[in-house]
Design a protein around this ligand. Sequence first.
Ligand code: F58
Length: 834
Amino acid sequence: SVEASIPEPLREAWRKYSAVGFTNKEEFEKELVRHVETTLARSLYNCDDFSAYGGTALAFRDRLIIDWNKTQQRQTFADQKRVYYLSLEFLMGRALDNAMLNVGMKDVARDGLKDLGFCVEDVIDQEHDAALGNGGLGRLAACFLDSLATLNYPAWGYGLRYRYGIFKQEIVNGYQVEVPDYWLDFNPWEFPRHDVTVDVQFYGWVRKYQDENGKTCYSWQDGELVQAVAYDVPIPGYGTKSTNNLRLWSSKAASGEFDFQKFNAGEYESAVADQQRADTISAVLYPNDNLDRGKELRLKQQYFWCAASLYDIVRRFKKTKHSWKDFPDQVAIQLNDTHPTLAIVELQRILIDQEGLEWDEAWNIVTHTFGYTNHTVLPEALEKWSVPLFQNLLPRHLQIIYDINLFFLQSVEKKFPNDRDLLTRVSIIEESHPKMVRMAYLAIIGSHKVNGVAELHSDLLRTTLFKDFVTVYGADKFMNVTNGVTPRRWLHQANPRLSDLIASRLGGYHWLTDLTLLEKLESFVEDKAFRDEWAEVKTANKLRLAKHIKNTTGYSVNPKALFDIQVKRIHEYKRQQLNIFGVIHRYLTIKSLSPEERKKLVPRVSIIGGKAAPGYWMAKSIIHLINSVASVVNKDEEVGDLLKVIFVEDYNVSKAELICPASDISEHISTAGTEGSGTSNMKFVLNGGLIIGTCDGANIEITREIGEQNIFLFGNLAEDVEDLRHRHFYGGFKLDPDLAKVFDTIRSGVFGDPSEFNALISSITEHGDYYLVSDDFHSYITTHSIVDEAFQNKDEWIVKSITSVARMGFFSTDRVINEYAESIWNAEPLVVKD
Ligand code: F58
């Protein structure tokens, strides 16, 4: 603040000593040793890899924070629009390697560490992943932050600082076991801001009163206060000084609330219990992916985070001295799914209850500020909160929601008189028992733009889920912004060999900030030497993964085999069951062949990884089946190298960086129409792997970009899914004969107690096969044979691989962020100079 700033005449003295951070190897070594010896209190006699990691991280952190300070100052003075990305999940993974590469100092670090007796890769490997997310949605938020900083947008992320991130997965006797992920023991990447706090209110009641002018007003009274404390994480851009901020809120008992009265009255334990109750809010990330469970603590998390973030944003806005009507020109807030929808209601509450604006003026500001991104059409994932729960926890917000709904329904009624059904369908309140608040509808009504994450997905939103809202608002409010990934982490960092090879031909790394430049690679496709080098890179990456597999599972896999990979959250709609049934089918085929015939086969390693939500039994039994099949197949000497099955334990961001560069083929095989976009499909293709996939999510646009001849598509189309499901229920279900054999084999007990897999099988044979596993099985198996055949022509395979990478420019999050900035946020970059 102004009061705390050093007066002008003294600033020279200050500037003389301003921190600059290291700029070369010697200075890096000096900083590293200083941090190890003083910050970490270790010495050259007890500095292990972990301490070297600590020292290196702290040295890089210093650099980041210097740039961060300058960036924030410049943004404050520039007085231009800021973007706020509200996401309950930021799946950041590791920060050190990323920081090294983004500030362009990895070689300096490598050489410096070597001088001091350390290997940079081993040091990087010490870092615990920041795993504050479940899957695609959380990782997308992390990629967005990288692009926002790289493109110099003045942007902040807001999230929760969970004490426990997504659980660590262990496989015990083939079953998933969840272990808590306590990741904060040593986290050099965050800055606690104990002076940046917000008191957040819960429960209580609403007082209605008249102000001095006789206007009816409302105020939220009493209840319980919980304090939000800010923790800031610097986000470096690639090749720029811009360093943005990710602000994560941590909860604790509000200062007045650690009840000294109770304490003095001898109720020490109960005072501590209150404190713990407050701590609980930011304690743990909910581990469900694409499932809404409606738990009160989750709603508390959502409001806690929205209220703290909004308070912070409004506080920053007020310092600019702009008038309220300018708010949407100064602030754009993007809602990552419906989880932050309460921010809409909270801003309306601040404007009318605290700032005294009239309803319409306030609502106009609110709706011009927010944009909402939807990530799924699965009905079970759509958030709804029970009205009684709301009434108790957030009584004033419920009133405001009812008012928003009333005014909205009145406007609909005016436009479409006498259509009661329409009113019931679009009402924010679902008339069930108990009544429910439909968060997606509230998000649509409170935002000026709504977007899906791939073309098919956005089309489905417009024609099914949000159809009535297209009728009400017109089609322009609903748009598509196809997802992407950051090429810095997902190519440069994950696959240094490929990045260097590309740089050797394109004359440097400028394509990392304009990914469309990769198209120049196509001119090298005819170059035999280049193709050979390309193939060598893939082999080296497969060896790197094979080594990890050996170390973690004990299984040796042949790096010459076709590596077939499916890594993502385990979910019936993503159809890992289709994959493992296909593997069993392959196993049966191998067993049925003569030794001579077997020689013609292409050896395969089927690699599957991912976490199941702890309460999702079907997903857990899929994991169990994969592991059971692995333990039989991998021991079968008749099969040998022809087939190996590997379950990768505890799939996370840092493992993805190891896995994505090592695929020959990866699987993106969701039932058509169910996957919003998918982003691992992009990561794999960008790393020179081909894909087998359904016509779903972004697979369709990947096909458009890279060409049909470079992808293996199979299965029914989205437009036919409804019909097929309908037919299953009305007498038309016929189990695919090959799949029937697979089921017979499972039932025979070859893979252990078959009763464990009853539910999995009967969901297909008896309960309607909702995900069309049987319908798509034949097409899936046939397409895998085509893959085998294609893989045998090594040269053509490499041509497909190079061509695909060359055409992936569209899938950079840089393109994505520029689209959001232009068509939703109306925000401009702000370059930070030295
Ligand atoms: C994913 N959603 C989509 N949700 O499934 C995927 O197709 C898309 O590519 C990705 O978002 C990015 O747009 C997803 O990951 C979650 O994990 C939620 C977490 C919180 C509870 C509800 C699901």
